[in-house]
Design a binder for this molecule. Structure first.
Ligand code: GLC
Length: 438
């Protein structure tokens, strides 16, 4: 009975009601307006200096995609017919030590991976000339191929990078590895790459969303509405805006959100990301498990050190519970009872459902910002492990959209674009090369 009471209180703490969803959309709109005007806002609304592709861009490019957990190197071919393909892809796990050490080592690692990729695949010298760089952190873009890191997110703390031009740092590393002949043709955020990949294939695509280790989105904005740059840019046209919505701070968190934030490497920042993204939902579930264990709700009252380490429970492990399994064996607790399994499942359901509903509210905010009456069809290009791999996540998002818009919710189509962030960077490089970049 006590345990049931705990779980129903937990469900209440994590509940996002329909009025909450509506309230969030309003807060998003206000923060978006302030960010676009260059006023104080938790949404940075960073201009990407590029618009959407037409689908006619052509060429062969290398793409280097630094996400939160992996580094990908891709050889991308664009056929000018809306068809972009990754002819070769290699994934390298970012060694955790590099996330927090000297920044130069992180960039040397990237250059090494490019070298290894070149050796493993028969990449023509031609294709090796231009590289598109996806750097999935808040970067104040200065031009299409240069931008300064505002601050790290997703647990990275590498030194000597914040405030610097990350393209310069990459070029220096490439030079150190005798790859100085490679030219960085474009710098993009992963959301911008994903939108580019989606809209290269489908002109109805008007938003890019990442729901993976971190979370963020971008969309094409009319230049006159971007007040902070309207004097510099030509009128009437559109430019993609990287929202950096992970930093949105107008959602009231609960006790667990506070505990997570206080112990994080960037307290007070990325509050929305800390409620939604893959890196953090496992940590929220872990904090809850530890509390339940301390209160004797698990393992027949026995205590265990199994969940003591911060960030030891991942979203991937949480996903097991959605398929009827559990993750206890991974923590050396093989003989847990069915009741323990059920509790773990319930915790994961509560935390992941709030994540999906918050993500849906944020998507609804952007769609309704562009089209208040939801007159048109909106295709949202999405990438990231939560979206692609967490069972029931997309369904929970769709359910929230239906609560908001009824049948009209069918006009919001979430389209997973695998490897979109890397492929799209190559497309952005082609757009830049064709002179469409601002
Ligand atoms: C973090 C980064 C952002 C990125 C997102 C998804 O929020 O700050 O730039 O797009 O993660 O990877």
């Amino acid at each position: 009975m006590e345990t049931e009471r705990f779980l129903s209180r937990l469900a209440e703490d994590f509940r996002i009601s329909l009025p909450d969803l509506r309230g969030l959309i309003g807060h998003f709109h206000r923060e978006m307006a302030r960010g676009l005007a260059g006023e104080e806002s938790s949404l940075k609304m960073i201009p990407a200096f590029v618009g959407r592709p037409t689908g006619k861009e052509k060429g062969d490019f290398l793409a280097l995609d630094l996400g939160g957990t992996n580094l990908r190197v891709l050889a991308v071919g664009l056929n000018g017919n809306g068809n972009a393909s990754a002819d070769a892809v290699e994934r390298f796990v970012i060694p955790p030590a590099l996330m927090s050490g000297a920044g130069q080592k992180l960039f040397d690692f990237m250059a090494d991976c490019v070298k290894i990729f070149g050796q493993n695949h028969a990449i023509s010298a031609r294709r090796f000339q231009d590289i598109a760089f996806t750097f999935s952190f808040p970067v104040e873009q200065l031009a299409i191929a240069s931008g300064r890191l505002n601050g790290w997110t997703k647990g990275f703390t590498a030194t000597g990078v914040v405030g610097c031009d990350v393209v310069r740092l990459l070029c220096n590393a490439l030079e150190r590895k005798d790859l100085g002949f490679i030219h960085v043709a474009a710098l993009t955020n992963d959301t911008v790459g994903t939108l580019a990949a989606g809209s290269y294939a489908d002109p109805a695509c008007d938003m890019g969303v990442i729901l993976g280790t971190g979370t963020n989105a971008c969309y094409p904005e009319k230049i006159p509405r971007i007040h902070k740059i309207s004097e510099l840019a030509p009128a009437g046209d559109e430019m993609i805006i990287n929202m950096e919505w992970g930093n949105f701070d107008k959602v009231a968190g609960n006790r667990y959100d506070q505990l997570l934030d206080d112990a994080s490497s960037n307290p007070g920042r990325q509050r929305f990301e800390k409620m939604v993204s893959g890196m953090y939902i496992g940590e929220l579930a872990r904090i809850i498990l530890v509390e339940m264990m301390a209160q004797g709700h698990l393992f027949q009252g026995a205590k265990s050190l199994a969940f003591a380490e911060a960030y030891s429970l991942t979203a991937k492990q949480m996903a097991l519970t959605a398929r009827g399994g559990d993750f206890f064996a991974d923590f050396g607790l093989a003989d847990c009872s069915a009741a323990d399994s059920k509790i773990a499942g319930e915790i994961c359901r509560i935390v992941s459902r709030r994540s999906a509903r918050l993500a849906a509210a944020a998507i609804a905010a952007v769609v309704s910002w562009r089209d208040a009456a939801l007159d048109g069809r909106h295709v949202i290009a999405g990438d990231g492990s939560l979206l692609e791999k967490y069972p029931g996540f997309q369904e929970a998002m769709q359910e929230a959209l239906r609560e908001l818009y009824g049948e009209q919710a069918a006009r919001i189509i979430i389209q997973p674009v695998h490897d979109g962030s890397g492929i799209g960077a190559a497309i952005i490089a082609a757009v830049a090369g064709s002179g469409q970049a601002k």
